[in-house]
Ligand binder design. Structure first.
Ligand code: GLU
Length: 300
């Protein structure tokens, strides 16, 4: 493809410092963008203040810098994007696809069947709030469509939104915008052509493609990398107490991330400087070598 058209991105949430799992996602998306001669953007997904850690956004950018990532343009902060998200909600509203929901979490889990990502919303408020209920969240109607897509690593995937997910929240009861909405609006606003990220977001992708379709936005290409798991088989994250990346010694962690992604950096490069390791990676990066599984135990 025309290199000018390839635009990738890394979109961390500032809930804590970067760890080996986030480094793997950043490295995969960066090297794919470089391979295509395209651009690579960083977007700070700071739209969930209750889960955020003070100082994490700056620490993440500092870490990326120390690890030798060079991003294009300014970092986009989702906390500045409320107008764009409201415009998208207006579009959904004008198409009759948005409605207020007064159900509590407990009411939903008591009455719903379990889907692939929690309870499938039973549609209680779809035709109006029941007497005595006040609007809490805003949901988009998930119609009967089957969403299918081809992931470059994970293959052909499909999801039936109304059966597997149900009407889903696009603006939360606490007033914050839902990740699913914000990510779609911003990927389009930033002209992202390819999304390379962890498999933990694979089940979210059909909701995002659906929102792209109903909002009239383009659908980018998708590559979902295997996620690193701990000994208990859980995805490494702040919640599972993943260790923060070492800011003093970027080379060993980057070397491990490359190995995790199926690449074969010579062990001698463990003693090289960071620039030399990146040069090796730019020259030898081969996406065909990335394991096609959804999760792999984290490298020691
Ligand atoms: N902000 C999300 C996360 O840190 C990633 C979003 C995305 O890549 O689409 O898990």
């Amino acid at each position: 493809m025309d290199p000018a058209l390839y635009r990738g991105r890394f979109a961390p949430s500032p809930t804590g410092p970067l760890h080996i799992g986030s480094l793997i996602a950043a490295t995969g998306s960066y090297l794919e963008a470089r391979r295509h001669g395209g651009q690579w953007l960083v977007r700070m997904e700071d739209l969930d203040p209750p889960r955020e850690m003070p100082g994490a956004a700056d620490l993440i950018l500092q870490t990326l810098d120390i690890y030798g990532f060079e991003w294009d343009g300014e970092v986009l902060y989702q906390s500045t994007r409320a107008d764009a998200y409201e415009t998208a909600l207006d579009t959904l509203r004008s198409r009759g696809m948005l409605y207020p929901c007064g159900c509590t979490r407990k009411e939903i889990s008591d009455s719903a069947v379990h889907g692939i990502d929690g309870p499938v919303y039973p549609g209680t408020c779809r035709h109006g709030l029941a007497a005595g209920k006040t609007a809490r969240a805003w949901r988009v109607i998930a119609d009967d469509r089957e969403i299918t897509f081809d992931d470059t690593l994970q293959g052909h995937l499909s999801q039936h939104l109304s059966r597997d997910i149900g009407d889903f929240v696009v603006k939360r009861a606490d007033g914050f915008y839902a990740y699913q909405l914000a990510v779609v609006v911003d990927d389009a606003a930033q002209d992202i052509s390819h999304i390379v990220r962890g498999c933990d977001l694979l089940d979210s992708t059909p909701r995002q493609i659906y929102l792209q379709q109903v909002l009239g936005l383009p659908t980018p290409g998708y590559t979902h990398l295997p996620v690193a798991t701990n000994r208990a088989g859980e995805k490494l994250s702040k919640q599972t107490l993943a260790t923060a990346l070492d800011l003093q010694r970027p080379v060993p962690a980057l070397h491990r991330a490359l190995q995790f992604l199926g690449q074969t950096p010579p062990s001698a490069l463990l003693n090289a400087d960071l620039k030399t390791l990146w040069q090796w990676a730019f020259l030898h990066w081969d996406p065909e070598r990335i394991p096609r599984s959804r999760s792999i135990p984290a490298p020691a």
